[in-house]
Design a protein around this ligand. Structure first.
Ligand SMILES: O=C(O)CCC(=O)C(=O)O
Ligand SMILES: [Fe+2]
Length: 364
């Protein structure tokens, strides 16, 4: 197709992400366990089972439980295009909640806390600050997970608990509280996770693209396009990318497969739980990812004395001294998996750890 012809071609009509009641989703997953590689889904009737759907919708309760947690809030949440501008404050979640309840108190609440831009730049950007990193869980046995149990809808498999350091390696159990207008620009999540957004309050709109269309919505030089305002010069083939869209309301859960790119706009003040999943669909892709390796490498380096003592092997000591964080993370994981496999494990945990070890030994 000539360039001129391609530019004048019509963009692909967005496809509606299909909605399922919980039981229909269960049957869909049983018939096609890999359905999320094909398209995202919205599931109704799932989050109503959670204690969190009663507890995490009260700001007083959220403040009591998580107010002291350190967070950042950005406008937009983060940026994924080389030329985008953003503002950011470093604060605690309680102060952020005060802002969400009284956005006009911006200056007073964040005085001296700006790490990017300031209140004037924020007004120019015309976006609210958005805290997207209230991290709720660091270990798979934490009590707080009972708030969002069952963790996954419709009998989906979830292997998170069998993966060492899972919740410390950049994977989310995060709570998002956002004002109308808050923006999460187009991006793909770390570690090839399956992910969901569980809407507890308010309304969001999401646009997703399959990883197979990546060449049309991303380039190495600039990053990701803006799906609401695609730039023909920067992304000349954007019309060939198939958008999938969903409007998300309380009680609905949007779930997508590994590496699906997503752009999310908050349309009315919102509370959402976000959760990352690994199962057999993405275990190998997870294991091959660099993101958890560098997080784990960083943990090992920050706690070098402890890791030296627990792992008395010359190659780990060398890696602690000389290797990049990503290489160190791989070495540490191999060591953790080998020792775990020497102990009694249930069958599933043994399978997961053996597959991870095999994949890591194959991929340097
Ligand atoms: O809800 C949003 O604003 C986007 C969240 C997101 O990107 C995620 O949870 O992976
Ligand atoms: Fe995301």
């Amino acid at each position: 197709m000539s360039v001129a012809h391609r530019l004048s071609a019509a963009a692909l009509e967005p496809k509606d992400i299909p909605f399922y009641d919980l039981e229909d989703f269960r049957q869909l997953v049983a018939a096609s366990p890999d359905v999320l590689a094909e398209h995202p889904c919205v599931v109704r009737g799932f989050t109503g089972q959670w204690a969190a759907s009663r507890h995490w919708t009260s700001f007083d309760r959220l403040n009591e439980a998580f107010g002291s947690f350190p967070v950042t809030a950005g406008a937009p949440q983060f940026i994924t295009h080389k030329h985008s501008k953003m503002c950011q404050v470093k604060t605690d979640f309680g102060t952020y909640l005060s802002y969400v309840q009284n956005p006009e108190r911006l200056e007073e609440l964040f005085e001296g806390k700006w790490s990017k831009g300031d209140a004037n730049v924020l007004r120019e950007l015309d976006l609210p600050l958005y805290c997207g990193n209230l991290r709720l869980v660091r270990h798979s046995r934490e009590q707080i997970l009972s708030e969002i149990t069952p963790l996954v809808p419709g009998g989906m498999e979830c292997l998170n608990g069998d993966i060492p350091y899972y919740y410390q390696s950049g994977n989310h159990v995060w709570l998002y509280v956002s004002l109308a207008g808050a923006l999460t620009p187009l991006h793909q999540d770390n570690n090839a996770v399956i992910a969901y957004l569980a809407q507890m309050q308010g309304h969001k709109e999401a646009i997703l693209y399959s990883p197979e269309d990546k060449q049309h919505f991303w380039n190495r030089e600039l990053g990701y396009m803006d799906p609401l305002c695609p730039n023909d010069d920067e992304f000349p083939t954007w019309r060939e990318a198939q958008p999938w869209t969903a409007s998300l309301h309380p009680g609905e859960l949007l779930i997508w497969g590994p590496n699906w790119a997503h752009h999310v706009v908050t349309l009315s003040n919102s509370i959402t739980v976000s959760f990352d999943i690994v199962n057999r669909l993405n275990l190998a892709a997870y294991t091959r990812s660099a993101d958890w390796r560098s997080e784990l490498g960083l943990i090992a380096r920050k706690n070098a004395a402890l890791f030296r003592c627990r792992m008395p092997y010359p190659h780990i000591h060398d890696a602690l001294n000389n290797a990049s964080e990503t290489e160190l993370g791989r070495e540490v994981m191999i060591c953790v998996l080998r020792s775990a496999l020497e102990t009694p494990l249930d069958e599933r945990s043994r399978e997961v750890k053996s597959e991870m070890l095999r994949t890591l030994e194959e991929s340097a």
